[in-house]
Ligand binder design. Sequence first.
Ligand code: A3P
Length: 290
Amino acid sequence: MAAPGPHSVLYKGMMLPALVHSTESLRYAQLGFQVRDRDIFSVTYPKSGTTWMQELLTLIHSDGDPQLAQSVPSWERVPWVEQTTAAGFLENRPCPRLISSHLPCGLFPTSLHGSNAKVIYTVRNPKDVCVSLYYYSKMASFLEFPEDFGEFVELFSAGKVLFGSWFQHVKGWLGLRDRLNFLLLTYEEMHQDLRGSVERICQFLGKPLEARALDGVVENASFQAMKQNRMCNYSLVPENIMDQRISPFLRKGVPGDWKGHFTVAQSQAFDRLYQEQMQDVGIRFPWDEA
Ligand code: A3P
């Protein structure tokens, strides 16, 4: 997304797809939406495992039974608080409400602070996020982007993509982790040990599952199972909005795909920026070890 075009909303310096966002929906999310103590938020920078967490939370709350996950679209089960449909989906929903958000912490519902709501923040190697967002921008007609991957890396590095800078998003949320009911997960650990990650989520939510229910969650949230589930693979979205012949929404589902896309020079430049931006964060991520 090079510049705000006809498909974008510009809100407080951040570009968002106008298809599902408006100035009003963003204002409502920040100021009008009333967070409740039993709310459960899944917060992600785009392409970091949002859909995966929507599936996991649904399945955990259904004790591993896939019926709901296979009959109601993911965006309705775990709706985004910033989208135009949020009030309709969420206001009359009983607790615990499962809620998604891509908002940076500065634009998040202010009533989160002082509440007992839980926040699960999922973070992914930014180089893989960049690759995933590049293909998503290609297949989604509401996103503008340069065909040249090198140019896209520059836009991503400068935060000139939807929801702004990855660095600002991650640093902002991690800065709040001691002040909130907060669980930090990485896409990479979910990929390496899905069962263990589900157990961590269950423990955080205070919702222990029996072994059979846990099996149900893990089976139905695998990449293959999700690819087949029309309620989360985005095949319900018309082709003129998301053309999955160009690139499937559930594309590869692995860590490290960046290695086949970044040149050595692009990778080194990004690493320098990463060091500069992340040196004070004080957390080692799985990709820092590589
Ligand atoms: P890739 O494009 O690298 O394949 P989001 O839901 O935040 O938009 O993120 C989408 C990314 O998460 C895509 O990455 C998608 O394939 C991946 N993903 C979704 N479900 C997954 C799963 N069950 N296992 C692994 N990756 C998954």
